[in-house]
Design a protein around this ligand. Structure first.
Ligand code: MN
Length: 301
């Protein structure tokens, strides 16, 4: 019997390049997210949403835009997830920006310090306000979790643990090294980060997930998905359109998630960077995505 499932929304695009991702929790709920998870046999509690933050340009802090709102959002996620873990639930977090993974890990490591994170993303998210001029914190999350040089103080110090994570607690899948900045490639190498590529995730999704799970610690497991890992032609869901004709299809990603989220250590899944307006011309993809979540989080083997 699987644990009860607590659903949390993190409707924030504060760390984005533009608005959109803040709408994902409400759009997925409207499309029947909670009922579909219940139909999958889970007992589900909808814990509601954290604070709503819609991206706006931050001209006072151009290289770390909307930092205070990003911190507030991740701290709200941490509180929600801590509450769910206290009642012995599994958690589904619908973002929002990829920074919400920090909130999940803050709660999970407070619960058990040897928690692990499987981070599925086309990007390393190892940038800092010093390494990129773009100022969008949504691809700087892991840099702050690892407290890299140049990290923004309020985000690196947002939780009781600092650094929030060590490299041994992490395994990344779906990475496009060609989309990484030179700083990110250098840091991944210095830290000895374990990662797999978007091509391997596309062709061997189950094996890639199993390989990653084998390297992660024995404590509770969080799985994080940036939907930008998906082939945008197959599944136009992400803020970033970098994935056109590359990366896993939604079916392939589902196979990886099925392996990861059915691991004995599994406690939390976060789904981020989903911009529902990307699917405006192909709305059936949102339904396919919900079907994938329903399958991944189902109660029965
Ligand atoms: Mn990404």
């Amino acid at each position: 019997m699987r644990r009860d499932l607590v659903v949390v929304g993190a409707p924030t695009s504060a760390g984005s390049y533009a608005p959109g991702q803040e709408a994902a929790p409400s759009v997925l709920r409207e499309l029947g997210l909670i009922d579909r998870l219940r139909a999958a046999g889970r007992r589900v509690r909808d814990a509601g949403d954290g604070p709503l933050h819609v991206w706006a340009p931050d001209r006072q802090h151009p290289r770390a835009q909307n930092l205070a709102a990003v911190v507030q959002a991740v701290q709200a996620v941490a509180e929600h997830v801590a509450g769910a873990l206290e009642e012995d639930g599994d958690v589904l977090v619908i973002g929002g920006n990829c920074t919400v993974a920090l909130g999940v890990m803050a709660a999970l490591t407070a619960h058990a310090p040897d928690a692990g994170l499987l981070y599925i993303d086309r990007h390393f998210d190892l940038n800092t306000p010093a390494s990129t001029h773009e100022g969008a914190l949504d691809w700087m999350g892991l840099a702050h979790a690892l407290d890299l040089p140049g990290a923004a103080e309020p985000l690196a110090a947002a939780f009781a643990r600092r650094p929030l994570l060590t490299p041994e607690q992490l395994h990344l899948l779906g990475i496009d090294p060609g989309a990484a900045t030179p700083w990110e490639r250098e840091q991944a190498s210095i830290l000895g980060l374990r990662w797999g590529s978007y091509t391997d995730l596309a062709t061997l999704p189950g094996a890639e997930a199993a390989r990653a799970l084998g390297t992660l610690p024995s404590g509770p497991l969080a799985v994080h998905v940036d939907v930008d890992v998906l082939d945008f032609t197959d599944a136009p869901l992400a803020e970033s359109t970098d994935g056109r004709n590359s990366g896993p299809t939604l079916d392939a990603l589902s196979e990886a998630l099925d392996t990861a989220c059915r691991d004995q250590r599994f406690r939390a899944l976060s789904v981020c960077e989903l911009n529902p307006s990307r699917a405006a011309g192909a709305p059936a993809v949102l339904d396919r995505f919900l079907a994938s979540l329903q399958h991944t989080l189902r109660a029965t083997p």
